[in-house]
Design a protein around this ligand. Structure first.
Ligand SMILES: C[C@H](O)CC(=O)C(=O)O
Ligand SMILES: [Mn+2]
Length: 344
């Protein structure tokens, strides 16, 4: 496919989805230097918050090194051209968090719900639009909904005022055909002026291919992270996507060499472990499990003597979704009991 100068907005996830493998412990200096590198490379939109969005700081999701206010307040004034976005999951983030983010200069708010629960996004989307923010509806775990179901949920978010709808492959489970079916159905159903976006995870090594499939079906915003720093095997690697889109003739505004240097010199060195498709990350994609469950399953596995992979397969079988993090330890404990292991 030749993209003939088509404008694609790349949205960086390094400083938000990348918070999951960092256990939300990025320092302000790390955030600032990576954000400045992304800005200088021409990335137009950068997401900054706790991995689980505004208000994510909690026993359930993990305590960050700094508050959302501190991260946003440190990054936003440094940006020369990039805009900053924040994620908000209703029930974790509140309308007060949204007002705080707006007050700090956040340009784009992404209101995220499980792919069948769009109705809980109404007050946050409505409020964001009232404040004249770029407002995105973000449908997570999209592999769990049929194209028809996604259409109905996307329509709801659009009716509340979202000007862009995302199909989010939180588990990195979708293959290009599954992406195409979903994106095409949603594109056809929404108003032509409503933008479409795609957020991929690389658990089955499909991040780039799925992003291209999404663009073929009308997506104009694509998420990616430098060096792939994100949950599971990471997000679509930004520097690879930029190179591929450049070869295809798209106009991303991102410099092919500068983004490579950000990935190599700034992001790779701060990884606590290499972000790669190891057996556990691969299992997330294979079994359709929420990406941010990975470290929870590893911790529970170590505590109860059960391989993380077995726990992940069980979470996939139970169709567990974001928000059920507290059930992971419970699942591991039950499996340990069933296997006759000693529980302290
Ligand atoms: C809260 C999640 O990390 C949002 C996301 O990036 C996804 O569902 O994928
Ligand atoms: Mn993600």
């Amino acid at each position: 496919m030749e993209l003939n100068g088509k404008k694609i907005t790349l949205h960086d996830m390094t400083l938000r989805d990348g918070m999951h493998p960092k256990r939300h412990l990025m320092s302000l200096d790390q955030m600032k230097s990576i954000a400045q590198g992304l800005d200088a490379a021409g990335v137009p939109l950068i997401e900054v918050t706790h991995g689980d969005g505004l208000g994510g700081s909690s026993v359930n999701y993990g305590f960050p090194a700094h508050t959302d206010e501190e991260y946003l307040g440190a990054v936003i004034p440094l940006m020369k051209q990039a805009k900053v976005s924040a994620l908000l999951l209703p029930g974790i983030g509140t309308v007060d968090h949204l007002k705080m983010a707006h007050g700090l200069g956040v340009h784009t708010i992404r209101v995220a719900t499980h792919c069948t629960e769009a109705d809980v996004s109404e007050q946050h989307i409505t409020m964001a639009r009232k404040m004249d923010m770029d407002t995105v509806g973000f449908l997570m775990m999209a592999h769990m909904a049929s194209p028809e179901k996604l259409v109905s949920q996307a329509r709801l978010m659009e009716s509340y005022g979202a000007n862009c709808i995302y199909v989010t492959d939180s588990a990195g489970y979708l293959l290009p055909d599954g992406v195409k079916e979903r994106l095409s159905a949603v594109r056809e159903a929404l108003k032509p002026e409503t933008e479409l976006g795609f957020h991929g995870h690389h658990n089955l090594a499909m991040g780039v291919a799925n992003s291209i499939a999404a663009i073929e079906c009308g997506a104009t915003r694509i998420d990616a992270a430098a060096a792939g720093l994100g949950a599971g095997a990471g997000n679509t690697p930004m520097e690879v996507l930029v190179a591929v889109l450049d070869r295809m003739g798209a106009n991303t505004g991102v410099d092919v060499w500068k983004i490579q240097d950000v990935a190599e010199d700034l992001v790779f060195p701060i990884m606590d472990f290499p972000i790669r498709i190891d057996r556990d990350a691969l299992t997330l994609g294979y079994a359709g499990v929420y990406g941010s469950f990975l470290l929870f399953a590893k911790r529970a596995g170590a505590k109860y003597g059960i391989p993380a992979r077995d726990i992940l397969v069980e979470l996939g079988r139970k169709k567990m979704v974001g928000g059920q993090e507290d059930m992971i330890e419970d699942t591991a404990m039950t499996m340990a009991r069933e296997r006759g292991l000693k529980i302290d």
